[in-house]
Design a binder for this molecule. Structure first.
Ligand SMILES: Cc1cc2nc3c(=O)[nH]c(=O)nc-3n(C[C@H](O)[C@H](O)[C@H](O)COP(=O)(O)OP(=O)(O)OC[C@H]3O[C@@H](n4cnc5c(N)ncnc54)[C@H](O)[C@@H]3O)c2cc1C
Length: 386
């Protein structure tokens, strides 16, 4: 295996680095879980798009630059190195976009991908319901065919950035006689349609980063169905594969956190327990291991493979690593860890506390880690169903 980059990849890295250095906002944008921050992030995404860096592996006609997934990994490394803003349209570009690329019709690709790449349309994921979280096959929202429309009813919840997003992708029961995984269809719903009510939910930090979405007789054109009728589960599993196995959390994110953790340890080692050093080194090694494993996944995908149940191993690994890194940072900071960055005694605590609170949700979102362990037991190890 040759782990060196080609001259073309090196040139691409240089170009991306120069562009990011010239364009990344100097001031941190307000949180994308607020209306103001959401729109500021959308503007940033538009700039990225104009620069040709919105989604580098997508074909040019859909708003990408026709590069491959290795270049995407390189771009992600440069993106985190530059401290660029979080991607407000991550549900679109990293989850739904690749799914449309895989199962969408040519018309759907032309209709949805370019506006997704430019973030003119920002997407929310509408899978969870009050009685269908881990047990997603218990979905109760319905879509009933009426001529060339579906009439959608039901309630979705925990839609990240759903308070401000333009569109929602969700699963709906289209066969009333069906049970569990069968009889669900994957449908794309405009959030400004008549009959949609979006109710923001405040998160731990007081920002309305979640929404519950109520659908009352919402008419959605049949052409917004992605994949086959009643076969939405397999479409959703492809989406979950991209989410857990590759795109939602690229290794660069954790490599950057590991670098910041090492810097924090060095700055504070006077007061810090020396035993923490081993933990810090282990975090760094794990972030590097995750990067190598991702390069392996991407090489397999470029060779024609598809993401399978091993995505669950991946998801457990990155979410637990992220939490461990943030817990370690709080230990290094000792009592200062609880201070807000602007507190007089904070002395450079940075955003570790904020990051820790978000890291706590890593083992929950994208399917809880308990559920991922069930998948590994059944689908990788071949153990009997629980
Ligand atoms: C930050 C964040 C962002 C999110 N964003 C979105 C979003 O954009 N769109 C969306 O649709 N959803 C989103 N979610 C919701 C998320 O997908 C659900 O919270 C998750 O799937 C768990 O569902 P639940 O909350 O209903 O918990 P439950 O399913 O009620 O689970 C409760 C506990 O029981 C455990 N458990 C349940 N069943 C089993 C089992 N069979 N075996 C072992 N343990 C089990 C779970 O692991 C968990 O610990 C988000 C969640 C978070 C935290």
């Amino acid at each position: 295996m040759d782990l060196n980059y080609t001259p073309e990849q090196e040139a691409f890295r240089k170009e991306a680095r120069a562009w990011l250095e010239a364009n990344v906002p100097k001031e941190k944008l307000p949180s994308f879980d607020t209306k103001e921050g959401f729109e500021a992030h959308r503007e940033w995404e538009k700039k990225l798009h104009a620069g040709g860096f919105a989604m580098v592996p997508w074909p040019v006609e859909y708003g990408g630059r026709g590069a491959n997934l290795l270049e995407w990994l390189i771009f992600e490394e440069e993106y985190y190195r530059a401290g660029a803003p979080g991607r407000v349209n991550q549900n679109g570009i990293f989850l739904l976009g690749p799914t449309i690329m895989e199962v969408g019709t040519p018309e759907q690709k032309a209709r949805f991908l370019p506006k997704m790449a430019s973030s003119e349309e920002v997407w929310a994921q509408g899978w969870s319901e009050p009685n269908a979280g881990s047990d997603m096959a218990a979905i109760q929202a319905t879509a009933v065919r009426d001529g060339d429309h579906y009439i959608c009813n039901g309630q979705k919840t925990w839609a990240s950035r759903g308070s401000y997003a333009d569109w929602l992708f969700g699963m709906f029961r289209t066969d009333p006689e069906s049970e569990r995984h069968r009889g669900l269809t994957f449908i794309l719903v405009p959030l400004d349609a008549k009959g949609v009510t979006v109710r923001p939910i405040d998160q731990l930090d007081g920002e309305a980063g979640f929404a519950e979405v109520f659908l009352d007789d919402v008419r959605v054109p049949v052409e917004n169905q992605l994949g086959e009728t009643n076969k939405g589960w397999s479409v959703a599993m492809a989406t979950a594969g991209f989410e857990r196995g590759l795109m939602l959390r690229s290794p660069a994110r954790f490599q950057e956190t590991a670098r910041r953790l090492i810097a924090l340890y060095r700055e504070n080692q006077q007061g810090a327990d020396p035993a923490l050093r081993d933990v810090v080194v282990r975090c760094w090694a794990d972030a590097e291991a995750y990067a190598l494993e991702t390069y392996r996944t991407v090489s397999r995908l470029l060779g024609g493979a598809k993401i399978g149940p091993e995505a669950s191993l991946n998801k457990i690994f990155w979410s637990e690593l992220d939490l461990r890194m943030h817990e370690t940072a709080l230990q290094i900071l000792e009592e200062r860890a609880e201070l807000l960055p602007e507190a007089p005694a904070a002395r450079g605590v940075g955003s570790w506390l904020d990051g820790y609170l978000f890291a706590l949700s890593g083992p929950i979102y994208a399917g809880t880690n308990e559920i991922q362990r069930n998948i590994i037991a059944e689908r990788i190890l071949g153990l009997p169903r629980a």
